[in-house]
Design a binder for this molecule. Structure first.
Ligand code: SAM
Length: 192
């Protein structure tokens, strides 16, 4: 039983692209109520359910409270865009690094489509800063966005640090016309 229907979007995406491997470290941004984290826990084996497979790590973050889940470590009342959260993640992740960053984050919709679009794109851009701090070279980022005029800017920024960037429209989200995902793979850590 999943906490929320959004689980099916991640399941569909992961069935196709096989992002979540046993043993992987995952950061789930905007994780409440925790359905994506439930999927991640199963697929990376972070609860150690299959003793023959490597045990992964799942860390979920949300401004809201996330009810506890076996196999996941949750940072409730945390802002993903806050550098203090990034520092905490580095402490919690094995070797301070993640294989995958997931983001199903969304701002509270104002109802003004352009404004909501721009706010979510800004949040997605902050994930690129997070990636620079925690994402392993070769790692992946999956992020939800609402399509609009700034989508292209986000795609270009992603393309500057990931070798492969594609747009995904999961079947499970077909009812929401503006909702899409970018799947960015093969992270290339920028030299600083
Ligand atoms: N993927 C989740 C699941 O399957 O249960 C559903 C996520 S829900 C669509 C979006 C979440 O993003 C909300 O819970 C919201 O509080 C969170 N969020 C929005 N802005 C955030 C931020 N700056 N930092 C952390 N979480 C944020």
């Amino acid at each position: 039983n999943f906490r929320c229907r959004s689980a099916f979007k991640l399941l569909q995406i992961d069935d196709k692209f096989r992002l979540l491997q046993p043993g992987s470290s995952v950061v789930d941004c905007g994780a409440a109520p925790g359905a994506w984290s439930q999927v991640a826990v199963q697929r990376v084996n972070s609860a150690g359910t299959d003793q023959d497979l490597p045990r992964g790590t799942v860390i979920g973050i949300d401004l809201l409270n996330i009810p506890p889940l076996d196999g996941a470590h949750f940072l409730s009342s945390h802002d993903v865009t806050d550098p203090a959260t990034h520092a905490k993640l580095r402490e919690l992740l094995p070797q301070g690094e993640a294989h995958i960053i997931l983001s199903d984050m969304a701002p509270n919709a104002s109802g003004f489509r352009d404004m909501d679009h721009e706010r979510l794109i800004t949040m997605c851009l902050s994930l690129i800063d997070l990636a620079e701090k925690i994402l392993l070279p070769g790692g992946s980022l999956l992020c939800k966005y609402w399509d609009g005029v700034f989508s292209h800017q986000l795609q270009e920024k992603l393309s500057s640090v990931f070798s492969s960037v594609r747009t995904i429209k999961p079947q499970a989200s077909r009812m929401d016309s503006a909702e899409k995902y970018f799947l960015a793979r093969m992270y290339r850590k920028p030299f600083k």
